[in-house]
Ligand binder design. Structure first.
Ligand code: ARG
Length: 463
């Protein structure tokens, strides 16, 4: 394909250099944002009297045709083109002649690409937002079925205190809600500064209306410094950090699902449709989806670091290095979307093995804190109670007892405060039921957390 800038050169670009320079293989995915952006640009040029109404009509018609033809497969994007911007403009000029050559008045590819990528990301973030909401819904529903499912809560991966499975998994819903809000904030900020009209870097001598174009393209304002308009990619860094955080959350959840699916835990069983077998070991059922999500987290972190590194040394304003922003952020967008999409049905179809969870909660002196609290409620200072219970636990381990079956006479030898009612106080059910502090594991507190998400999802029209 002939270069639009060929006039200044005596020789054609070397083939290998041409391929190296080209971004069409990846920026072709922004064709829609590029074309609609151009439509609004042409409209602005017409409104400002920079092109005639007739030229505008031809451009608009030409661009609509190109968009339609790409969408229904009649026009194939030419991978020999330098980038999507050049491709669209050259097809337009071929189709409508001289009027097409006027489209690029009062703009540059520098502000054009800065506009396209923002619009593209705004659209993708909309989808990512819906996928997050879907996953929150799947978690909320699984939680609703497990308000009474007792399991061990862990710290240091040691059994710590009894909790419910609902309480545990709702933690991920809270993380994901923050992710949702963070993306919303980042997009809002990104859309505050529309770059189009910054032109190459210095602005333009034409009487343009940047506010009109900004508004049409879905922005709330314009970039107030044209150099910043074309050289800023902070929004990519910010979104990549947000995507990395989503992946970090999914990766933690994956790690738990992988552990819970192991024979060592056997707390959950993933549905056959989201697990794989081994080519050699017939007994295996592997949590490959969760493992892949955990693995792909590294890849998204890599995209964030690529972006930061690309930007760190480049002088103002546009430099070709910035073309590298796209592959990084596109990869992250695709990966986050795939991971969120697979996670929701994987969680929804996962069976919870309640008895195994309950059994695990009954082992390991998980109710020791409650035994200490029993003494405290009878007037003993917490530290003293803590010490006595520590001694009791030590005795039980040595003699093969658990707190539930250690005889009352033995308890009384440790402290005369102990009465028969202690057994009720340290039952797993009591330990859980009584934790009704805000945010706690007790059913009332957990129901409030579920209600919080029902309301949040309803606000987003998800029922
Ligand atoms: N393909 C380029 C990119 O993605 C478009 C901008 C090119 N601008 C330029 N001055 N060469 O960054």
């Amino acid at each position: 394909m002939d270069k639009m800038w060929a006039g200044r050169f005596d020789k054609a670009l070397d083939k290998q250099a041409d391929d190296f320079n080209s971004s069409i293989h990846f920026d072709c995915r922004m064709y829609k944002q590029d074309i609609t952006g151009s439509m609004f640009h042409a409209m602005m040029l017409k409104n400002q009297g920079i092109i005639s109404p007739d030229e505008y009509a031809q451009i608009l018609n030409g661009l609509s045709g190109i968009l339609e033809d790409i969408e229904n497969g009649r026009l194939e994007i030419d991978m020999e083109a330098e980038d999507i911007h050049m491709f669209v403009e050259s097809v337009l000029t071929k189709r409508i002649g001289d009027a097409g050559k006027k489209l690029h008045t009062a703009r540059s590819r520098n502000d054009q690409v800065a506009l396209d990528i923002r619009k593209y990301l705004a659209d993708e973030c909309e989808e990512i937002g819906s996928l997050i909401l879907n996953l929150i819904k799947a978690i909320k529903e699984k939680a609703s079925e497990n308000i009474d499912t007792i399991m061990p809560g862990y710290t240091h991966l040691q059994r710590a205190q009894p909790i419910t499975f609902a309480h545990h998994i709702l933690t991920y819903a809270f993380m994901l809600k923050r992710d949702y809000d963070r993306i919303g904030n980042a997009v809002e900020r990104m859309l505050e500064s529309c770059p189009i009209g910054s032109c190459a870097l210095a602005g333009t001598t034409y009487n343009t209306d940047r506010y009109f174009e900004a508004e049409r393209n879905g922005f709330t304002g314009v970039s107030l410094n044209s150099i910043d308009g074309v050289s800023d990619r902070d929004f990519c860094v910010e979104l990549l950090a947000d995507f990395s955080t989503i992946m970090m959350h999914l990766s933690r959840f994956s790690e738990e699902i992988i552990l819970w699916s192991s024979w060592e835990f056997k707390f959950v069983e993933l549905d056959d449709s989201y697990t794989t077998g081994s080519s050699i070991m017939p007994q295996k059922k592997n949590s490959d989806m969760a493992e892949l999500v955990r693995g792909k987290t590294g890849r998204v972190y890599g995209d964030l670091f690529a972006m930061l590194t690309i930007l760190k040394g480049i002088p103002l304003a546009y430099n070709k290095d910035m073309q590298e922003d796209k592959e990084a952020i596109f990869d992250a967008v695709d990966t986050v979307k795939k991971c969120l999409s697979i996670f929701a049905p994987m969680v929804a179809t996962m069976s919870v093995l309640k008895e195994n969870m309950y059994k695990a909660a009954g082992e390991g002196f998980i109710n020791a804190t409650d035994l200490a609290d029993y003494l405290v409620k009878k007037g003993m200072p917490f530290r003293t109670a803590y010490k006595i219970v520590g001694e009791i636990v030590g005795y039980c381990i040595k003699e093969g007892f658990v707190l539930e079956n250690l005889p009352i006479e033995k308890y009384k030898e440790f402290d005369s405060t102990f009465k028969e009612d202690l057994y009720n106080e340290i039952s797993l059910e009591t330990c859980v039921l009584k934790r009704i502090s805000v945010g706690g594991t007790g059913p009332e507190s957990v129901k409030a957390q579920i209600d919080y998400f029902t309301e949040f999802l309803n606000e987003k029209n998800i029922y």
